[in-house]
Design a protein around this ligand. Structure first.
Ligand code: ATR
Length: 268
């Protein structure tokens, strides 16, 4: 009998640690499955996912730059995906393709683990693309005061239509003191610099949605240089969002202690 097949689709995807995480989840819970990386041309998302599911694939994790494409492609979405207009997890359910967004839940769980989250905390999110859309709703429901800064102003007005209570500011004009600054841009992934007033990092807790095994993403390094109070990459969020996906696919829940062991072993 063939085992159930899962994959992470992205471009680039070679750096993705999702296969390692899901292999560990499968081992811990005694599930038999296969999980691999699926590189897709940027203009070939529909063809790549259709082939994958036609070949019997059971579920996909979706990473940059395809979260909006995945939202458009699925037959049905859960409320979090609907709210964020982005999908990071696809599951086959009774022949229909269902899209979820587990990014926001993953981030909130990781900010709690770090002890950074509190009511009324002032959060600045840099970037207004798919990654940013996925985390806004869950953060705002934690009663945080969220502002989004972006280079292209039209994307800010789109976000404001979906989240009327959101504050927005053009990236070039952002200043002031923040409790938490989150990098949700793809600037560093594209090997570009982020032209932002560096004083916003001063004394802030800086979190990068991107990750590296050693934790030292370009944003983490930059924010340390600009006297951040604490820094973190997004490896914790990756592990927590993967656990949510695993639950949808396999109907198995992983507890906090197991997840924290997975996270520490990913650092080694
Ligand atoms: P993702 O799904 O990763 O969010 P995306 O939807 O393409 O990908 O969004 C990328 C985000 O990173 C956008 O907010 C983009 O800003 P623009 O809307 O101005 O394009 C931001 N971004 C990418 N490169 C950037 C750079 N060099 N400086 C500032 N912002 C950048």
């Amino acid at each position: 009998m063939s085992v159930d097949r899962y994959a992470v689709i992205g471009n680039p995807v070679a750096h993705s640690l999702s296969p390692r995480i899901h292999a560990m989840f499968a081992e811990i819970t005694g599930q038999e499955l296969e999980y691999f990386r699926l590189h897709s041309p940027t203009d070939g998302f529909d063809r790549s996912v259709t082939e994958f599911f036609d070949d019997g694939g059971q579920g996909l994790s979706v990473t940059a730059p395809f979260k909006s494409d995945a939202f458009r492609w699925v037959d049905q979405t859960d409320p979090l995906a609907q709210e964020s207009a982005a999908v990071n997890t696809i599951a086959r359910r009774n022949g229909r393709m269902v899209g979820y967004n587990t990014d926001g839940l993953g981030l909130v769980q990781d900010l709690r683990r770090l002890g950074w989250l509190a009511k009324e905390v002032k959060i600045l999110i840099l970037g207004a693309g798919g990654a940013s859309g996925g985390i806004l709703g869950p953060l705002m429901r934690e009663e945080c005061r969220v502002t989004v800064a972006n280079r292209t102003e039209s994307k800010l007005s789109n976000l404001k239509e979906r989240f009327p209570n959101l504050s927005t500011v053009p990236l070039k004009q952002v200043e002031g003191q923040w409790d938490i600054v989150i990098n949700a841009t793809s600037a560093f992934l594209r090997k570009q610099s982020l032209n932002v007033n560096s004083s916003i990092m001063f004394n802030a807790r800086c979190y990068d949605l991107g990750y590296q095994p050693d934790g030292l993403t370009s944003f983490v390094v930059e924010s340390r240089r600009w006297s951040a109070r604490e820094v973190s990459d997004g490896l914790g969020m990756l592990v927590f969002q993967a656990a949510e996906a695993f639950k949808f696919w396999r109907n198995v829940e992983l507890d906090a202690e197991v997840l924290s062991k997975v996270l520490s072993s990913m650092r080694s």
